[in-house]
Ligand binder design. Structure first.
Ligand code: BG6
Length: 528
């Protein structure tokens, strides 16, 4: 039976976001790359299709491939077709706004050509000099690009009513604390923080934004959202995907930099931050930053007590044989890169003192799913003499971020019948059954927010540095400690057995709606 829920919709518009954004040009660096094709063009088309893009806009693709406008449009059309976007006529209209210029990022002349194109197109489209640059390029290239833009007079200083320049920086923002700081320093020579949009696409997901609404638009959870009532919080992001074509990047990053430094720590802040006074970019981000300040650093010498790392070997996934990480194209044959990490951490503040947070993420896992579980404490006393309190299932609130988006709450209930028997049941809310609408994709949302000049869902300078500082300590600990023998889990399993021990030694268990961790396997997929 479908859940019947009364929808009583109140709309809260953040400043300036109620209408289409003002006219602007969009320049995509790395326009021939994978990210642009997989995420940016589909998102821009979806925005166009839904009528969210400005009345007047144009897009310039800027990349090394030697294409012209026509070739670029053809490529984008092919991408849209491949992923099954609707309405070919509208697609054609959309690509008529697209232009292309060949880029050599080290050559100032390229930026002068870009300046000429921008001038011409601003006139043609009446976009008033407003421009959003999206840097879908590696972090090492970003500092130089911003300096080049400045040299070619392509950055407008922020001025009320004047033409605006905003720059989106893709993740990773740096590859450690030092490089992130250096990049912040370099770009701040030419840009004010209010022009800088560091992306973390998880923040653009509907289900992730809903964590805050759930916590702060309802009065019933906030009083119990603390160490007195919550036993532990688990955040899990399991992927069935491997490294695909991205080994050149991934083999230097691993899951710790690829998922934890950004997405997972961001999810943690949303679950644990204090309510901001106002939902605006600065106050909201101030509260998130406080959590980063309160993260207890993982002691270098004890890193293995808090963090378990893994790498997948050959295995079986979805009924098919799957190769190991070291056999993937572009991966070093003796790579020591982590494709799985589980960790335990603490937040040293009044609200969370003593509550363990268990986080885990891995590639090539048995099933795909991102979830957050809030496990409440067990009842303190059982009034049923025959049932000891620790046999009651504790209440668990689960945010299913993806797939099967929704929220569920497990409660204990009387099993109908003459006896006092208990049954655990789940209140379950599913987006698809309640909101019969397309969930806006994260890139759509974030590109639109940038065009509106809303930084709320972007990462501020202090956060990016604090999260790197936390991760760097773990990496230093790894360098000094004994590395596990990789591979240590099979593709298609639930990760190394040590990840279970990490939580079981605290008398707890991983809980998951997607996964059943009861059958860990060794690196050959054999049940342990
Ligand atoms: C990216 C990582 O940031 O997030 C990828 O680089 C990962 O390795 C991806 O697969 C996961 O995103 P999502 O939205 O599919 O959960």
């Amino acid at each position: 039976m479908k859940t019947k829920i009364d929808l009583n919709v109140h709309t809260h518009h953040r400043a300036g976001t109620e209408e289409r954004p003002g006219s602007c040009g969009i320049v995509i660096f790395g326009a021939s790359g994978d990210l642009a094709h997989r995420k940016l063009y589909p998102a821009l088309f979806d925005l166009y299709y839904a009528g969210h893009l400005p009345e007047n806009f144009f897009v310039i693709g800027f990349a090394r491939s030697v294409w012209d406008d026509q070739a670029f449009r053809k490529q984008v059309l092919e991408t849209l077709k491949e992923i099954g976007k609707p309405d070919p006529a509208k697609q054609k209209k959309f690509v008529s706004h697209l232009y292309y210029r060949v880029a050599d990022l080290d050559d100032t002349a390229s930026f002068h050509h870009l300046a000429d194109a921008l001038k011409e197109l601003h006139q043609k489209y009446k976009t008033q000099g407003n421009v959003m640059y999206h840097l879908a390029i590696p972090p090492e290239a970003c500092g130089n690009v911003v300096a080049q833009l400045n040299r070619a007079h392509l950055i407008n200083p922020p001025k009320k009513g004047g033409p605006w320049t905003r720059i989106i920086f893709e993740k990773p923002f740096g590859h450690d604390l030092e490089s992130a700081r250096a990049l912040n320093h370099d770009i701040h020579q030419y840009l004010k923080e209010e022009q800088i949009y560091r992306i973390d696409h998880y923040l653009g997901k509907e289900t992730v934004q809903n964590i805050l609404m759930f916590r702060f638009a309802n009065s019933i959870f906030e009083p119990i959202w603390n160490r007195r009532y919550i036993d532990n919080i688990q955040i899990m992001a399991h992927e069935t995907l491997g490294v695909e074509q991205r080994a050149a990047y991934y083999d230097h990053a691993g899951v710790i930099k690829d998922m934890f430094q950004n997405h997972i720590l961001q999810l943690l802040t949303l679950c644990t931050m204090e309510p901001p006074i106002k939902f605006n970019a600065e106050q909201y981000r101030d509260e998130k930053t406080k959590i980063f300040h309160a993260l207890r650093p993982i002691p270098r010498g004890k890193v293995n007590d808090y963090v378990v790392r893994g790498q997948y070997g050959p295995g079986k996934l979805e009924g098919k044989k799957a190769i190991g990480y070291r056999q993937e194209k572009g991966v070093a044959p003796r790579s020591q890169t982590d494709t799985f990490v589980a960790m335990k951490l603490f937040i040293d503040n009044w609200r969370w003192q003593g509550v363990p947070f268990y986080l885990r993420s891995g590639k090539r896992m048995n099933a795909h799913g991102t979830e957050i579980l809030i496990q409440f404490k067990q009842i303190p006393h059982s009034m049923f003499s025959s049932v000891p309190p620790d046999t009651f299932a504790s209440n668990i609130l689960c945010f299913r971020i993806q797939p099967d988006e929704g929220i569920s709450l497990r409660i204990e209930s009387k099993q109908p019948g003459p006896e006092f028997s208990l049954a655990s049941l789940n209140f379950n809310f599913e987006y698809k059954n309640v909101f019969h609408t397309h969930l806006m994709g994260p890139y759509e949302r974030l590109l639109l927010d940038c065009m509106h000049g809303d930084q709320t869902l972007f990462i501020r300078e202090d956060q990016v540095e604090l999260s790197w500082a936390f991760i760097d300590k773990i990496l230093e600990g790894w360098q000094k400690s004994h590395a596990p023998k990789f591979p240590n889990y099979a593709a298609g399993s639930w990760g190394p057995e040590a990840a279970n021990k990490l939580i079981e030694q605290d008398g707890r268990k991983w809980r998951s709606y997607v996964a059943n961790y009861s059958a860990p396997t060794d690196e050959h997929g054999k049940k342990l």
